[in-house]
Design a protein around this ligand. Structure first.
Ligand code: NAD
Length: 458
């Protein structure tokens, strides 16, 4: 799309928002129902598109793309009316008599920029929240999942006029062009370096924004943990989506007392998961350069298990690596693929040194039966969110705000948190006129009286 067309589109979105058309809560609920029906009608297209993009298995599309989207839309249909009610608060007695309320109002025009790794869900979930809250939306899906981007465009254009919601496809240049425009809010999901660029680019308009980014997520396995369950839950959370998950464990820190035993359990779990050797229940890497990047990261590493590749299909099997050097490229950046480094630790101080040598992660996982150990981990480290005795499942509870901290993100969303993100609070004091105490007006004749009053606060 050319810049002139984008400017015209945004002008039409401004006009639409100003007109107040389809802005009542009832209008919004009815359009969400239409939106949901349209997603349902295109379910098979979504499954096929995500498969074409990176051979993501149907089961994973149903669980991690469609289920999450339906849950979000159902929640907004159920709760929007209640959440949208203005909230009365008690008045400041200095303003007596008045009644005070907080209104939840839409920001206006929202730009959503999405990544490729959960190409449907990570695009549609913020769009649901933004539209439910009465905003207009422009969605730029990732250019690296083009089949899913086409289905997203089809669904949104079937339900919405462009003045309310529009998909604009394109790569970096398109994203830059979009970011040059003046938005009322920007919602970005993607990598840390691009998040930084986005933040800088929108700073000139001081646009409020959310950044859903990534990082190196530690996963700690304490000696007291249920090792059989831990091995299954770690392998599942790590190798789902072929490890291309922002909240997947990035590296394991295993108590040295159980390191060898736990390593064996990880290997036997992986053999069990993919026993038939077809890897039909396992996604492929998104594109050639991601395949090249990940296979290069494996060079000069000690591979304990896996490491099989097929460049024709961008296949990299689940791979375990023994204690890579912390200064190796594998540990310098977020892995974001099916490679899991295993380290052992012998003391809490060692854990502390390792974890705090990286930026604050998006997630942290700890497997342990010891309440003290879990509490210590929780109190010691700062991270976006986490799970005790499992991985990645905090994502599915829409009552938990989802987001990072520091370099792993800014702001959060999901469920009620999405409502808070996609509206802003407008505070209104409604003063009554039947009483008007004159003390505040010039000429100031009651300085002493106010000084006595101030004594109450001194
Ligand atoms: P990316 O940052 O490369 O791209 C994300 C989006 O930004 C794409 O739509 C892309 O076209 C656009 N983009 C790329 N370069 C840009 C630029 N210079 N200016 C403006 N826009 C630009 O990320 P990706 O490779 O699609 O996704 C993987 C990353 O996303 C990982 O780091 C992962 O951890 C992170 N991620 C975070 C979450 C989360 O919820 N926190 C979820 C999924 C992925």
């Amino acid at each position: 799309m050319k810049e002139g067309e984008i400017v015209n589109l945004l002008h039409s979105q401004d006009q639409f928002l100003k007109s107040g058309a389809k802005s009542s809560v009832e209008d919004r609920i009815s359009i969400l129902k239409k939106f949901k029906a349209c997603i349902k009608a295109h379910e098979q297209d979504i499954i096929e598109a995500v498969y074409k993009d990176f051979q993501k298995p149907e089961f994973e599309v149903l669980t991690t793309e469609l289920f999450v989207a339906y849950k979000e839309i159902n929640l907004f249909i159920k709760k929007l009316k209640n959440w949208s009610r203005p909230k009365s608060v008690s008045s400041a007695w200095l303003n007596f008599p008045s009644s005070d309320k907080i209104y939840h109002v839409p920001w206006g025009k929202i730009l959503v920029i999405a990544p490729w790794n959960y190409p449907f869900q990570l695009a549609i979930t913020p769009v649901i929240g933004a539209l439910a809250c009465g905003n207009s939306v422009v969605l730029k899906p990732s250019e690296h999942a083009p089949y899913t981007a086409d289905v997203l465009e089809k669904i949104i254009s079937e339900v919405f006029e462009a003045e309310q919601a529009k998909v604009i496809q394109g790569a970096v240049e398109t994203a830059k062009l979009l970011l040059e425009q003046k938005w009322d809010y920007v919602f970005f999901t993607g990598s840390v370096p691009v998040g930084r660029i986005v933040s800088q680019q929108i700073a000139k308009h001081m646009t409020p924004h959310t950044l859903e980014l990534g990082g190196k997520n530690p996963c700690i396995v304490d000696a007291s943990a249920n090792l059989d369950v831990a091995a299954k839950r770690i392998c599942w959370g790590k190798f789902l989506n072929a490890g291309q998950t922002c909240i997947a464990p990035d590296y394991l820190l295993i108590d040295s007392k159980i390191k060898a035993k736990f390593q064996d359990k990880l290997i036997s779990t992986l053999k069990e998961f993919y026993a038939d050797g077809t890897y039909n229940d396992y996604a492929r890497l998104i594109h050639d350069s991601h395949f090249d990047r990940l296979t290069n990261l494996l060079k000069n590493q000690s591979i304990i298990f896996g490491g099989e590749t097929d460049s024709e299909t961008n296949f990299l099997s689940p791979t375990l690596v023994e204690s890579p050097d912390f200064s190796s490229p594998l540990m310098e950046e977020e892995i974001f693929g099916p490679i899991l480094p295993l380290y052992s630790y012998s003391s809490f101080a060692e854990l502390d040194t390792t974890i705090t040598s990286f930026d604050k992660p998006l997630s942290l996982y700890v497997f342990s039966k010891s309440k003290d150990f879990v509490r210590r981990v929780n109190e010691n480290f700062d991270f976006g969110g986490g799970v005790i005795n499992d991985t990645i499942v905090h994502f599915v509870n829409d009552k938990l705000p989802f987001g990072g901290v520091g370099a792993s993100g800014l702001g959060n969303y999901h469920g009620r948190a999405s409502f808070e993100t996609f509206t802003r609070k407008k505070s209104i004091v409604n003063r009554k006129t039947w009483l008007d105490i004159p003390i505040k007006y010039p000429p100031y004749t009651r300085v002493d009286a106010f000084k006595s009053f101030l004594n109450l606060f001194r």
